[in-house]
Write a protein that binds this ligand. Structure first.
Ligand SMILES: Nc1ncnc2c1ncn2[C@@H]1O[C@H](COP(=O)(O)OP(=O)(O)O)[C@@H](O)[C@H]1O
Ligand SMILES: [Mg+2]
Length: 281
């Protein structure tokens, strides 16, 4: 699958390398970079001065108690919060080096770069095949795509999410008839043909049983390296197993962000260890 994802891997943080001629070679931008990002729902402030640098090509987990702003942060990155008329923000969010809050940004382009997976699988009431092709068709409206090209797109996306063998004989069947675990895999599959740089996942396993959780986690690992993944989870074991870096949030603030191993084994802030050790929920 390595050939399908966008080339977003980068030694982020490394200084721009100099060529022999001395010209700087640019490195790929951070996937997500926020500066002093604040968000209010009406008069209630849900995010406070969030400064985050999410690196390209790795898996970052986001943990923290319910209500600390994890979903709000994810929804801010692809600008779905703003549908609510009473949301106000200050600060900036750059996605792949571009300010997504700028007035002249095309939302369709933002959403092309960022795919989002929600807590409950939300396949469209269409066939399995049409679900996989849905986003691709929107982003290639007006272009001629042959049936065989579509067939390839569908097979590749379903193989990438480890679902092909299970559904290949029933691609015309309704997506909503699949077991929940397969539905969630399908919701990931339908993002892939659009070739997003970033996948935001908001507790993608929370509606699944332990077996389904394991299967979807395995899939998330499979996507590692081909996509930048930011995944919110309440499952400490999942965060620990499945992520390279970890962000801990509390009451709308980022308390700690570092290598997952460090955050879990030697957190810098006592509030992080309190949370990880289950002292509050
Ligand atoms: N649409 C909304 N309108 C008003 N307040 C909201 C809305 N969504 C979330 N909140 C509030 O913002 C805070 C952060 O919520 P959320 O981002 O959902 O947290 P988390 O995902 O960490 O559980 C909570 O206090 C929540 O009640
Ligand atoms: Mg949430």
């Amino acid at each position: 699958m390595a050939d399908s994802g966008p080339d977003t891997r980068a030694d982020v943080g490394a200084p721009a390398a100099a060529t022999e001629e001395g010209a700087a070679v640019s490195v790929a931008p951070l996937a997500i970079e926020t500066r002093e990002f604040n968000l209010w729902y009406g008069t209630f402030q849900a995010l406070f001065d969030v400064d985050l640098k999410i690196k390209s090509g790795i898996i970052t987990s986001m943990i923290g108690p319910s209500g600390c702003g994890k979903s709000t942060f994810l929804r801010s990155c692809n600008r779905i919060n703003e549908r609510l008329g009473y949301v106000r923000t200050t600060g900036t969010i750059d996605i792949m080096g571009h300010d997504v809050l700028a007035d002249d940004v095309e939302l369709l382009q933002v959403r092309k770069q960022i795919g989002m997976v929600f807590q409950r699988p939300n396949p469209l009431p269409l066939s399995i095949r049409d679900n996989v092709l849905f986003g691709h068709r929107i982003h290639h409206a007006g272009e001629k795509v042959s049936k065989s090209d579509e067939g390839e797109i569908v097979e590749k996306a379903l193989r990438d999410v480890l679902l092909w063998d299970e559904v290949k004989d029933d691609l015309g069947g309704p997506a909503t008839g699949l077991p929940l675990e397969a539905q969630q895999k399908l919701c990931i599959a339908r993002l892939l043909p659009v070739k997003p740089a970033i996948l935001l996942m908001d507790e993608p396993c929370s509606a699944l049983d332990p077996k389904g959780t394991e299967a979807v986690e395995e899939l998330i690992w499979e996507l590692r390296g081909d996509y930048t993944i930011l995944i919110v989870t309440h499952n400490m074991a999942q965060a620990r197993r499945a992520s390279d870096e970890c962000v801990f949030m509390l009451l709308g603030k980022v308390i700690e962000h570092g290598l997952t191993e460090d955050v879990f084994l030697s957190p810098e802030d006592p509030q992080t260890s309190d949370y990880i050790e289950g002292r509050y929920g």
